[in-house]
Write a protein that binds this ligand. Structure first.
Ligand code: SAM
Length: 290
């Protein structure tokens, strides 16, 4: 048995196994072979690559990845899909399915075990209810990842590559910019999925930086500052920082650090670039050490 190549075939396959697309797991399946090839090509998957797929579903993307890569590790939470996957992927010997919640897996240990010293590529049509936690887990653990090419809601993709001052710009934009170079590579209409979600989607490729684009004296403090700035994004930066307990909430210290970093007192955090936050962090380190 091979993977379904149309929405009709996908429906028939699910009913053959007594299954249905589960909303709670964000199951919106892709069957269009042209679209699946576009994703694999955008990810730049090559013959000697190890690929981590999150949520193989019916196996359509998994099969394409297995044809392009050396090895595919696919993590699927839904145990009821395993007998189906065993059938649809029976012709491939280079796929390993792991029946786990990806957010509970030790991805560092998995990477070391399955990819050794090599970097791997992440390719997935992500379950939308946990897009952000998955991307943050992949980035913040600083795993040996070369790139992350994922289907997400269009709105989320726009947030990931937003510019300072835009309404889409947020703390996650800065995390993504710190760890990667983001690029929307494909926009995908909702009708391409079975069942169709209520939103359009996009494939975004995050190419992991070899080196962080900014350096500062205390990276952990920089993330605290960024979180505080965006937790109260309608406030001025100085009010948001004191409300968030930065510099012990002392407004005069924050004022001095902002002056040192050449930032206007009336500025809002949502207009600051990653470089601005790094410079502010260094100024805060400097004035609080005095
Ligand atoms: N890759 C398939 C495709 O493109 O048709 C399915 C994509 S579907 C949007 C998301 C998949 O992720 C589903 O198979 C779902 O069961 C799985 N999934 C949802 N939550 C998960 C989790 N926490 N860990 C692993 N897989 C999960």
């Amino acid at each position: 048995m091979s993977v379904p190549t149309s929405a009709g075939e996908a429906k028939r396959l699910l009913s053959e196994f007594g299954l249905h697309a589960k909303k709670k797991y964000g199951q919106n399946f892709l069957t269009d072979t042209g679209l699946l090839d576009d994703i694999v090509n955008a990810a730049g998957v090559e013959k000697d690559d190890v690929v981590l797929e999150i949520g193989p579903g019916l196996g359509c993307l998994t099969a394409r990845l297995a044809e392009a890569a050396e090895k595919v590790i696919a993590v699927e939470i839904d145990t009821s899909l395993l007998p189906l996957l065993q059938k649809t992927l029976e012709d491939y010997s280079n796929i390993e399915i792991i029946n786990e919640d990806v957010l509970k897996l030790d991805l560092g240990a998995l990477a070391a075990e399955k990819a050794g010293n090599r970097k791997f590529k992440v390719v997935a049509n992500l379950p939308y209810y946990i897009t952000t936690p998955i991307i943050m887990a992949l980035l913040e653990k600083e795993l040996p990842i070369e790139s992350i090419t994922v289907m997400v809601q269009l709105e989320v993709a726009q947030r990931l590559e937003a510019l300072p001052g835009s309404k889409e710009y947020g703390a996650i934009t800065l995390s993504v910019a710190y760890y990667t170079k983001p690029e929307i590579v494909l926009e995908v209409p909702r009708e391409a999925f079975m069942p169709s979600p209520n939103v359009d989607s996009a494939v975004i490729k995050l190419t992991v930086n070899e080196e962080a684009p900014v350096k500062c004296k205390d990276t952990a403090l920089m993330w605290k500052i960024i979180r505080a700035a965006f937790n109260q994004r309608r406030k001025t930066l100085s009010n948001a920082l004191s409300g968030g307990g930065i510099c012990g909430g002392d407004k005069s210290v924050i004022k001095e650090a902002m002056e040192d970093a050449s930032l206007e007192q009336s500025v809002r955090g949502e207009t600051l670039s990653l470089e601005d936050f790094a410079r502010l962090t260094d100024s805060i380190v400097k004035v609080t050490k005095r």
